[in-house]
Design a protein around this ligand. Structure first.
Ligand code: URA
Length: 300
């Protein structure tokens, strides 16, 4: 009989090590799988390793019997980061004219290794016709479970923040610079960010919002290429553009709500950013027929 306290001690140890999610029922030894992919157990939602192209029979027979087995990568090669490959992907995505088409292309995309450890692809939430598009960093555990961005604790704070200026998921469109959760919420690698970037750029082009709000350092660095930290850039109106856009989009960097949960003293600065967003929207609202904004006294 296993002592329940040793199980909970083990669980605590896993959590401390950053393992906060079970992604399969059967343990998977990725070192052995790398050598013998055919032995990997099938796991729901995780694509099997890409099969090796079939060898012509004669070539296989000609192989010396004692030759060591070639190591087969356990996941598809995942670096469309060479400039030519990114350009190629970008120009293929440029031919996609709808968000549904872009989502389908993303679901078929195997160029980011994060996809193989994630439960869901997290594409977007909210109203694609909204004038405000919000771009965060990466899905967390709850977003990965539900397949929607900003539905965990930081998403709930974001909802409360938006409510203070009369916005909700019907009047904003929300996505991230990464479409898959990095395991244990680790910082994404530059290659993972680069793999997703052509999709994010096309995403923004297709939504074509009046205002872009970038939450946190990762989205600001990725989309604006700025080296300054978020403390310096937040609250400043900047511009985002791509070569295919007819006009730059006014862009407001602000603190990530996860940071605000850890540093509530920064909520005041975020409140200033929300007011700046509200004022900018109000100036757009001066055109008749726009009703995104309502008075609100919600406390965040
Ligand atoms: N943090 C993000 O940046 N995005 C999410 O979707 C959730 C948490």
């Amino acid at each position: 009989m296993i002592d329940p306290s040793s199980i909970s001690a083990l669980m605590r140890w896993y959590l401390d090590a950053g393992v906060d999610e079970t992604i399969g029922d059967v343990p998977l030894d990725r070192f052995r799988q790398a050598e013998r992919p055919e032995e990997a157990p099938a796991r729901a939602g995780i694509p099997p390793a890409r099969p090796e192209p079939a060898q012509p029979e004669p070539a296989r027979r000609a192989a010396p019997p004692a030759a060591p087995a070639e190591r087969v990568p356990s996941a598809p090669p995942a670096s469309p980061t060479l400039p030519g490959q990114v350009d190629d992907l970008s120009s293929r995505l440029a031919r996609i004219e709808t968000l549904d088409g872009l989502r389908e292309a993303l679901l078929a995309f195997e160029g980011c290794p994060l996809k193989s450890t994630a439960t869901n692809t997290v594409f977007a939430d909210g109203n694609p016709a909204a004038r405000v598009m919000i771009v965060g960093e990466a899905p967390g555990a709850e977003e990965d479970r539900q397949g929607l961005p900003f539905v965990g604790a930081s998403g709930q704070l974001l909802d409360r923040m938006l409510a203070t200026i009369g916005l909700d998921r019907g009047s904003v469109y929300i996505t991230n610079v990464l479409f898959w959760r990095p395991p244990g919420n680790r910082t994404p690698t530059p290659a993972e960010v680069a793999a997703c970037l052509p999709f994010v750029e096309r995403h923004i082009e297709l939504v074509d919002p009046a205002i872009l709000v970038l939450l946190g350092t990762a989205s600001v660095k990725t989309l604006l290429g700025r080296t300054e930290g978020i403390i310096k850039l937040r609250g400043r109106w900047l511009e985002y553009t791509t070569p295919r856009m007819s006009r730059p989009i006014p862009t407001l960097p602000s603190f990530h709500p996860a940071y605000l949960l850890r540093s509530p003293g920064q909520k005041r600065a975020s409140w200033m950013d929300l007011l700046a967003l509200r004022d900018r929207l109000a100036s757009l609202n001066e055109a008749p027929g726009n009703g995104d904004l309502a008075e609100s006294s919600t406390v965040i």
